[in-house]
Design a protein around this ligand. Structure first.
Ligand code: ADP
Ligand code: MG
Length: 232
């Protein structure tokens, strides 16, 4: 639960997701990445270069600092600041990929001249989907290539379906988190076709993809943020 912003209704009444909700998401993601830093690095040691946990922990710690120094006034501002920071601070492939995802989400939710103080769950689902497309374009990866896409794409689909079915935002995000975790586990038997792990070819089989594992943490953090910031 952390110190957090303690402000705003976040994911509360009327389904409006405000800047406090997005800050809560990034805080939860940073906390979970810090707690699981060693596990992420161990996964990367098996099929990469053993830096994924430290890369992301450094990047997300810097995201927290940025958000504290300049509290965002809108969801778009929070996401764009996070994206820019990740691109700048994370060495390795995952920095530009996650950075582009957050920036694209921010752009999708931007209100142009007047920053929009809150967005609907349907808009969140749409922005999430645009973020996943940004990762696919930049990384040229598709489902089944054993990358973060294998967690992010099913999460995006689950979120869109749940929102379309009219589920409450917390339930919709819980489903997205479950889909991401299932997607990450499903990378174990895959052969890597993108990124460093692809150099191993068949020898990448039998290991969970580190980026898919961190994506599952980041999507789970969304669900946690929804419970944390919901009014009442
Ligand atoms: P690096 O591989 O440069 O050391 P990281 O270890 O931080 O970077 O991140 C590795 C993760 O990044 C992989 O597990 C994978 O999920 C993801 N990744 C790498 N290349 C791509 C790509 N082209 N498309 C999508 N995801 C990728
Ligand atoms: Mg690595």
């Amino acid at each position: 639960m952390g110190a957090g912003t303690g402000a705003g209704t976040g994911a509360g009444g009327g389904g409006g997701l405000d800047a406090a909700f997005f800050v809560a998401w990034l805080e939860e993601a940073a906390g979970e990445i810090a707690r699981q830093r060693d596990r992420l690095t161990e996964l990367d040691a098996a099929i990469g270069d053993a830096d994924h946990g430290t890369n992301l922990d450094r990047g997300f710690s810097e995201v927290l600092r940025t958000l504290r120094e300049t509290p965002p006034a809108s969801p778009a501002q929070a996401l764009m600041a996070a994206g820019a920071t990740l691109i700048r601070r994370v060495g390795g492939a995952s920095g530009p990929l996650y950075g582009s995802a957050f920036r694209q989400m921010g752009k999708t939710l931007d209100g142009g001249e007047a920053p929009r103080p809150s967005v609907t769950p349907a808009e969140l689902a749409e922005a999430f989907s645009a973020g996943v497309v940004a990762v696919e374009r930049l990384g040229k990866a598709a489902a089944g290539d054993k990358t973060m896409i294998d967690a992010l794409a099913p999460a995006s689909r689950a979120l869109s379906h749940a929102v379309r079915d009219g589920l409450e935002v917390r339930e919709a995000l819980t489903r997205a988190a479950r889909a991401a975790a299932d997607g990450a586990r499903a990378t174990v038997p895959m052969t890597a076709r993108r990124g460093r792990a692809s150099y191993l070819g068949e020898r990448s089989v039998g290991h969970e993809d580190p980026g898919a594992a961190s994506s599952a943490l980041i999507v789970t953090a969304l669900a946690t943020a929804a419970s944390r910031t919901a009014a009442g």
